[in-house]
Design a binder for this molecule. Sequence first.
Ligand code: B4P
Length: 194
Amino acid sequence: MDDGRNLAGARLLMFGPPGSGKGTQAAVLASRLGVPAISTGEMLRQAVAQGSDLGNKVETIMTSGALVDDETMAEVVRHRLAQKDTGNGFLLDGYPRTKGQARTLEQVLQDQDVHLDGVVFLDVPTEELVTRALARKRADDREEVIRERLRIYHSQTAPLLGYYRDLGLLRTVDGHQSIDKVTEAVLASLAEAA
Ligand code: B4P
């Protein structure tokens, strides 16, 4: 089984519907690959917890299940990807979520003269997503909010799958198995493509 060593320095995206395990896998994979895990959801939740200007701006939006606007997210991501620790690869989780965000990311990477190495899509059936999110009990994990996040995912985020498929970057992994098995499947799919 691949231990991820040949993927050191990779620039990867974790892609999938809310509750598919992007954050869970990003944390495990980042430590296996020796790159930072960058979760836009986590960064926003931290901003809310700190009561910063950004946090105050996004709190209500997040609790409703809506997406934070592209301009705000561009600022957050541009700033984060300019940090030194991303120089030797990163695992971006939860960004991009719209076509505008995908264009921003492309521009940011182009400005740094680097490119993405892979986009991992975690495929999980909808009812399992709802079950997982309800079990998680985060502030935005009420059933009607979860369903709204799923609706937005299908209308605004899922279309990006075709975009990354056309670029030859998409690796689809069955996310409906144990956390360890998903990790191994992700590493295997990336190693196959490397
Ligand atoms: P996120 O933090 O990205 O939240 P998510 O998509 O709901 O969760 P994720 O897929 O990471 O699931 P997790 O690993 O936790 O976004 C939250 C909000 O922030 C958004 O709704 C939006 O408002 C805002 N936001 C973030 N990024 C944005 C952007 N780019 N643009 C605009 N707005 C943005 O896993 C879910 C649960 O399942 C966990 O409890 C986990 O333990 C469990 N689990 C994971 N893998 C499992 C497995 N294999 N089997 C069983 N359970 C599993």
